[in-house]
Write a protein that binds this ligand. Structure first.
Ligand SMILES: NC(=O)c1ccc[n+]([C@@H]2O[C@H](COP(=O)([O-])OP(=O)(O)OC[C@H]3O[C@@H](n4cnc5c(N)ncnc54)[C@H](OP(=O)(O)O)[C@@H]3O)[C@@H](O)[C@H]2O)c1
Length: 272
């Protein structure tokens, strides 16, 4: 399966689908999911210090024998590690865990109050030193992005946020688009909690696609990078098979009506 890429504002390319790795910690399960993903064309893997699986990812990509530049590896600085010393030492540990001397995309995991400003400047330094090709943020609202603009030497290449047909965040997507910030949609399947909506079911039937594929394609249509997580081989294959069809105007209008601001993960909305 060939996967399209999006060019980030810093010139680096990001594959439009990555395998989400949150909650995949068990060694054999991780290895099976990684192999299934690699075999069907995933080269982008979304990890985080918090997920406890950087080491497994390091072993897995090394084990393929493929070149480092064939992979796109993301990790995120845990909220525990935002103080400068911790940030730098934890980042060095992430490089070791991932068996690499650079990260493709390094994110601040959450807009931690008081600490996020200095943490961003430290990320810029890491990027300048060549140890992260691209840097970005996660869970930033428009307010957090506007604040960042007041002190950043450069705006993030990426904002990774919860996004799916039941949490559409159109203003945030528009704001990011206007500032050339690529949006990554996490929990694109609403964490698997909303797989019975009749509107999605009927659009899936119309296109002879699965329910999950319609949810994922809705994000692809908006140039969002998708990060579906699965440990099930058939679903890993199903989730990448979303680049051979399109949703039409009617589908998009019907899906637009499903927005209900449903958050399945942590919310940054009230973070000062
Ligand atoms: N930056 C952040 O703060 C943040 C927060 C949350 C998530 N993320 C990232 O986003 C990734 C994805 O989010 P997520 O793990 O919350 O949830 P998700 O990808 O929306 O949903 C995962 C759930 O859906 C199931 N599933 C996967 N494919 C399916 C399919 N084709 N049909 C039916 N069910 C399917 C999975 O089950 P099985 O695994 O059993 O197949 C799992 O239970 C994470 O792994 C992580 O990389 C980032």
């Amino acid at each position: 399966m060939s996967v399209p890429s999006i060019t980030l504002k810093d010139g680096h390319k990001i594959p439009q689908i990555g395998l989400g790795l949150w909650q995949i910690k068990e060694k054999a399960t991780f290895a099976r999911a990684f192999k299934a993903a690699f075999d069907c064309g995933y080269r982008h893997f979304d990890s985080a210090q918090e997920y406890g699986n950087e080491q497994l990812l390091g072993m897995a990509w090394r084990g393929t024998g493929a070149k480092r530049e064939d992979f796109f590896l993301t990790t995120k600085i845990s909220v525990r590690n935002f103080r400068q010393k911790m940030l730098v030492s934890s980042f060095e540990q992430s490089l070791k865990n991932l068996q690499t001397d650079y990260i493709d995309l390094l994110l601040l995991h959450f807009p931690v109050p008081l600490l996020r400003k200095k943490a961003w400047v430290t990320l810029e330094e890491i990027q300048t030193a060549g140890m992260a090709h691209s840097i970005g943020v996660s869970n930033y609202t428009i307010r957090h992005l506007n604040e960042l603009q007041t002190y950043a030497h450069q705006l993030p290449a990426v904002n990774q946020v919860e996004l799916h047909v039941f949490l559409q965040q159109p203003e945030l997507i528009q704001h990011c688009r206007e500032n050339s910030i690529t949006v990554e949609g996490y929990s694109p399947l609403a964490h698997g909690r909303m797989m019975v909506d009749p509107v999605v079911q009927s659009i899936a039937a119309k296109h002879s696609k699965s329910y999950a594929q319609i949810m994922l394609r809705w994000l692809i249509e908006q140039d969002v990078v998708i990060l579906p997580k699965s440990v099930t081989v058939s679903r890993i294959k199903e989730n990448i098979a979303v680049f051979d069809f399109s949703l039409d105007k009617e589908d998009l209008a019907a899906l637009k009506d499903l927005n209900r601001n449903l958050r399945t993960c942590w919310s940054p909305v009230h973070v000062p």
